[in-house]
Design a binder for this molecule. Structure first.
Ligand code: CMP
Length: 134
C-alpha cells in the first residue's frame, strides 16, 4: 500500500461534481483516507506550484487555483501514485483516455478538474504541505 496526494480543483467544486469525482476514485480501488475543503491563499498556491513559476501559464494557474475552494485529499492503494495518474488521464483532456476523470469532466488544459502527485517523493511532500499538522 502507498499514498498519493490529490486536489479536486476549482472548476469541479464550482460545478458541484466533487462526489462524482470521488465515486470514480473509489471505483478504481483507491481509498480516500483524508480530505478537506479549503480555499487556497495566493501564497500557498504559489508555493505549491513553484516548480511552474517560469511557465507562461503560471499567473493564470494561480488565479484559477484561488478562484474557488478546492478539496485536498490523501489517497491510499497499491501503487497509488501510478494508479491515480491513470484514473485522472492526461493533463490536457483532449489527450485523456475514455473513462478518465479529465476526459469526463475537465474543461481545458488548465481547468482540468484534478491534480495528482507525479512521483512518490512529491506525494510525500505534497501530503505534508497540506496535512502535516493533523
Ligand atoms: P496539474 O497536474 O495540477 O499541474 C500543473 C497545472 O498547470 C496543470 O495541472 C494544469 O492545471 C496547468 N497547466 C498545465 N499546462 C498548462 C497549459 N499549457 N496551459 C494552462 N495551464 C496549464
Amino acid at each position: 500500500m502507498s499514498k498519493t496526494f490529490s486536489i479536486i480543483k476549482p472548476d469541479a467544486t464550482k460545478r458541484n461534481i466533487t462526489g462524482s469525482i470521488n465515486s470514480i476514485i473509489e471505483k478504481s480501488g483507491l481509498r480516500i483516507i483524508a480530505q478537506k475543503r479549503i480555499k487556497l491563499s495566493k501564497i500557498q498556491a504559489e508555493e505549491f506550484y513553484s516548480v511552474h513559476k517560469d511557465k507562461p501559464f503560471f499567473n493564470e494557474l494561480i488565479n484559477f487555483m484561488i478562484s474557488e475552494p478546492v478539496i485536498v485529499q490523501v489517497l491510499s492503494g497499491i501503487d497509488a501514485v501510478e494508479k491515480y495518474r491513470k484514473v485522472m488521464g492526461a493533463t490536457n483532456p483532449e489527450n485523456a483516455e475514455e473513462g478518465t476523470i479529465r476526459k469526463l469532466f475537465a474543461l481545458n488544459v488548465q481547468e482540468n478538474s484534478v491534480h495528482g502527485s507525479d512521483s512518490i517523493d512529491n506525494a510525500r511532500n505534497e501530503i505534508d504541505f497540506f496535512f502535516k499538522s493533523e
